[in-house]
Design a protein around this ligand. Structure first.
Ligand SMILES: [Zn+2]
Length: 317
């Protein structure tokens, strides 16, 4: 397993590989990208590449790589308390104290901070003290979905690595491997909603995979303007919980968006997109998407599922 296991991002990987093979390792990296864009994968690979003793780092086979990519390497340390909302000053101070203790077995000691955006100003200031005077062997890898939340003084010391979105065809290939049973409609919907990031697309498919009964029934009823069938879908959902309702409404939105994109001539001609565009105009699809988005906001804002489903029975008829 080398850098190629991170999908896309060829230029970024080329640059990292080149610097590491020349022994140019930065003390601070900032990996940026939205949720599901591969930040943790890249951090792991980067850590392994820095610790690797083989050629073509990370070689994936030397003991250092095997530990870093598998069971864990004593000099590749993750700093987080996932159950807490923020990354506390105490945690940073512990890491700060620990970094001045020599590496266990490698030439470097690497600290990974998976949620740099959740570091408050005091935590960032605590971190800044190490950033100003790191030990020669110290490497910090910060991960964030929002680099704007970092102090300019922190950010400016980091080598920034930004993960970018993948083209549809690359994403589709991976999704098909992961979900061979998924229909082309499901895949297209996940791709449209993912913003081009594999992790996002996978979690959409994962959430969607146990909800196809309502989704298919809804889409068919909506395409056919069948008010009675629409009620048959929506009425039982009035008793659902909000966190059940939100993903399915997101999935419906994704299908309608996919149909709209197909109508505009650039999206995939999936059977469901064809059925939806045959039954509904672009204007109607857009209006329905707006109503669904509104309903998702209502659900997130604590409106009851019964009220939301009632609203949709009227709005989508
Ligand atoms: Zn290696």
């Amino acid at each position: 397993m080398g850098f190629e296991s991170l999908l896309g991002n060829e230029r970024l990987i080329e640059n990292i590989s080149r610097s590491i093979s020349r022994g140019r390792i930065s003390h601070f990296y900032l990996i940026c990208g939205p949720a599901g864009s591969g930040k943790r994968t890249l951090a792991k690979l980067l850590g392994a590449a820095i610790l690797c003793k083989g050629e073509n780092k990370p070689c994936g086979v030397c003991p250092a790589c095997r530990k870093a990519l598998g069971s864990g390497h004593p000099d590749l340390i993750t700093i987080d308390e996932p159950e807490k909302k923020t990354v506390s000053v105490d945690l940073i101070r512990q890491a700060r104290a620990d970094i001045y203790i020599q590496p266990n077995e490698a030439d470097r000691k690497i600290y990974v901070f998976p949620r740099a955006q959740d570091m408050g100003i005091p935590s960032q200031n605590a971190l800044l003290k190490v950033l100003e005077e790191p030990p020669a062997y110290g490497v910090f890898i910060l991960l964030t979905d929002n680099p704007e939340k970092l102090l300019p003084t922190v950010r400016s010391r980091c080598t920034e690595l930004s993960l970018s979105a993948l083209p549809d065809h690359a994403l589709r290939k991976k999704l098909q491997e992961a979900y061979p049973q998924a229909s082309s409609d499901m895949l297209q919907a996940a791709i449209s909603r993912s913003g081009g990031f594999l992790g996002q697309a996978l979690s959409i498919l994962e959430e969607g995979s146990d909800l196809p009964v309502q989704t298919e029934a809804f889409l068919k009823a909506f395409a056919a303007r069948n008010t009675y069938a629409l009620l048959q879908v929506l009425v039982p959902m009035e008793k659902w919980k909000r966190d059940q309702l939100i993903p399915i409404l997101q999935q419906w939105t994704a299908f309608l968006e996919g149909a709209l994109v197909y109508r505009s001539g650039v999206g995939a001609a999936t059977p469901m997109a064809q059925e939806l565009t045959a039954g509904r105009s672009a204007q109607e699809l857009m209006t329905a998407i707006r109503h669904l988005q509104k309903s998702i906001e209502y659900a997130q804002g604590n409106v009851s599922p019964a009220a939301i489903c009632g609203y949709l029975q009227w709005a989508l008829r």
